[in-house]
Write a protein that binds this ligand. Structure first.
Ligand code: SAM
Length: 260
């Protein structure tokens, strides 16, 4: 049986047992092969845009003796799916902008009809994914943050829920943040940093945002020499962003143990 990385394992763990899976941007098809091998999924589709990874996934399925259960398809995003073919969609290892673009194009084409669960691991731009989920009434049921090989990843688990909007309203209510900000600003913070992650701020969450602060500080340092008015406006925005991150981090507990 394949051994998954910690990141892919966290994604696999969120997939509901018995669901028909579509892994989009599957690369070598590791995730669907693993989920078929464990019996967690009875059938799966691996979608890949590019020829090289598509062929690697075809080979992976054949080597594992799973060509009958894993349908490997080359194409763009959810375009490889017929409506109703999958219960769970996983998309991992790409930016939040590309990921929400794939979800939106798929939604407009009806490819999400019948899909009950999304497991998403954006490499950057997590706020764009949370924003898309909120806008289209997917309930964010859980999320996790983990570190592997010096990189930090977030995994989001969203489901269809009858009262998704009500559940999300409670989840994104910023009252739990002890900061004197307007609710709109708190909402932006929660979308960026994660509603569950902020409520249970494990050490790696602090690490992630300390790293983000260091990146912003180095950008500000480089911009400080510029006399261009646009650069000065941008610089002020970055400084404001840094102040906000600092204030949020200061109001979060630092004694939450890591979950694993
Ligand atoms: N999902 C795997 C993982 O998390 O380990 C692979 C991630 S890999 C960095 C991203 C993959 O997405 C690449 O194989 C790339 O070819 C594929 N990809 C990028 N844009 C895509 C799209 N619009 N539709 C399908 N696949 C896409």
């Amino acid at each position: 049986m394949l051994k998954l990385s910690k990141r892919l394992q966290a994604i696999a763990d969120y997939v509901t047992t018995g669901s028909r899976l579509a892994d989009i941007g599957s690369d070598h098809g590791m995730l669907p092969v693993y989920l078929l091998q464990t019996g967690k999924c009875p059938a799966a589709i691996a979608g890949e845009l590019n020829r090289g990874p598509y062929e690697a996934a075809v080979k992976q399925a054949a080597d594992a003796g799973l060509s009958q259960l894993l349908s490997v398809r080359q194409g763009d995003g959810l375009g490889v799916l017929q409506p109703g073919e999958a219960d769970t969609i996983t998309i991992a290892g790409m930016g939040g902008s590309l990921m929400s673009g794939i979800l939106e194009a798929g939604r407009l084409a009806g490819k999400l009809d019948g899909v009950n669960e999304l497991v998403l691991q954006p490499n950057v731009g997590e706020e764009l994914v949370r924003e898309w989920l909120l806008k289209h009434s997917w309930h964010l049921q859980a999320e996790t943050i983990l570190e592997e090989d010096g990189k930090i990843y977030e995994v989001l688990h969203a489901v269809r829920a009858l009262e998704a909007d009500r559940l999300n309203a409670a989840l994104y209510d910023g009252a739990f943040l002890a900061l004197p900000y307007a609710s709109e600003k708190k909402m932006e913070i929660i979308k960026a940093m994660g509603p569950y992650l902020l409520r249970r701020p494990v050490p790696v969450l602090h690490t992630k945002w300390r790293q983000e602060l260091a990146k912003l500080a180095s950008i500000c340092e480089r911009m400080a020499g510029s006399a261009l008015p646009e650069a000065m406006v941008k610089l002020e925005q970055f400084k404001e962003q840094m102040r906000t991150i600092e204030e949020v981090l200061q109001c979060l507990p630092t004694d939450i143990p890591s979950s694993s």
